[in-house]
Design a protein around this ligand. Structure first.
Ligand code: TYM
Length: 338
């Protein structure tokens, strides 16, 4: 088993990242058997797809490293690194650009959402970003990729690229790439904004009140939950009653994911009660879960030396892991290098 996943180091780690992906990373790391391995990385090359400030990117990469360690990623057991220190990612992307099709990339919903009506004005990197993402996992022969629901389509693309490359350039019994399987949590695959139940919780939302950051202190968390958008009805007793109530469904979903319960069990306890009772209970559960993570994060985030050392060691290990596949891809394409 080879587990590989990444996160963009832009802004703070928020509750959607944590429940949708990072908590699963930690669980998979902790459950791994002998001979299996996890690689987790900061997708700093991906940041170039949108306007960015170089100094802020540098700081955010280190900060996100501290956040991942605080969440439980252990750099001794998992390979933790940033893409920019492993040039094989960008190299493999170029090789895969010959296999990926314009039509496939044109269908990516994230491209459509982010480009909006101004496609002509976007960077080429925003369009080809999913090919880099495919390279990120195919480079390491990933078998399992823990991600939130919004990344599922990108993973399907990675599988299509791998399949076409294997078909076009490899003997049937010696494919270069493994087809990766997305691992998406059932209960928290899509955490929504606290201000709008129809938009996902996201780093790029301009409103800080829309998301809970892992670095928020207890007062801030309680305040954000108190001010979260809701409707005037009490909570229903059955899950079916949440159908047309996206904000209520989101808060119940967050509670369920944190408590390790089904939404039905949460409604069995809180059905009939108003948000005046439910929100403080949810806030306390959040503070209880995030408090220890925040403490570890604060203790590590300014330790530049320790963070640099973690990333340098992780990158050296990742470069070694990626080399055989990159070599095989060059060879399959008939590119002479020696
Ligand atoms: P990113 O940085 O946007 O998010 C990191 C992880 O968090 C998940 N996530 C969510 N899950 C549930 N609810 C939400 N509101 C929510 N918001 C984010 C994402 O699904 C993701 O798993 N392109 C990727 C980073 C990436 C990557 C990769 C992932 C680059 N290369 C290779 C996997 C494999 C991204 O922008 O994720």
């Amino acid at each position: 088993m080879r587990v590989v996943s990444g996160i963009q180091p832009t802004g703070n780690l928020h509750l959607g990242n944590y429940l949708g992906a990072i908590r699963n990373w930690v669980r998979m790391q902790d459950a791994l058997e002998e001979g299996s391995e996890c690689l987790f990385f900061l997708a700093d090359l991906h940041a170039l797809s949108q306007p960015h400030d170089p100094a802020a990117l540098r700081a955010a990469t280190l900060e996100m490293t501290a956040a991942l360690v605080a969440c439980g990623i252990d750099p001794d057991r998992s390979v933790l690194f940033n893409q920019a220190q492993v040039p094989q990612h960008a190299e493999l992307q170029w090789l895969l650009n010959g296999t990926a099709r314009m039509g496939w990339l044109n269908r990516m919903t994230q491209w459509k959402d982010k480009a909006g009506k101004n496609r002509e004005g976007q960077s080429v990197a925003l369009f080809t970003y999913p090919v880099l993402q495919a390279a990120d996992v195919l480079l390491y022969q990933a078998t399992h990729v823990p991600v939130g629901e919004d990344q599922k389509q990108h993973l399907e693309l990675a599988r299509d690229i791998a399949q076409k490359f294997n078909n076009d350039f490899c003997p049937e019994d010696a494919p270069v790439f493994t087809l990766p399987e997305p691992i998406i949590p059932g209960e928290a695959a899509r955490i929504m904004s606290l201000r709008d139940g129809s938009a996902k919780m996201s780093k790029s939302d301009p409103s800080e009140m829309s998301r809970i950051n892992l670095a928020d202190d207890a007062d801030t968390v309680m305040q954000k939950v108190r001010k979260a958008k809701t409707d005037p009805e009490p909570l229903p007793s059955e899950v079916a009653g949440l159908a047309a109530r996206p904000e209520a469904a989101n808060l119940v979903g967050i509670y369920a994911a944190l408590a390790g319960q089904e939404p039905a069990a949460v409604l069995a306890a809180f059905g009939g009660q108003g948000f005046g009772a439910f929100k403080p209970a949810l806030g306390e559960l959040l503070v209880e879960t995030l408090g220890p993570i925040r403490e570890r994060f604060v203790a590590l985030k300014d330790d530049r030396e320790a963070l640099d050392a973690i990333l340098a060691r992780g990158a050296a290990r990742a470069r070694k892991r990626g080399m055989p596949t990159l070599d095989a891809a060059y060879r399959a394409l008939g590119l002479v290098r020696h």
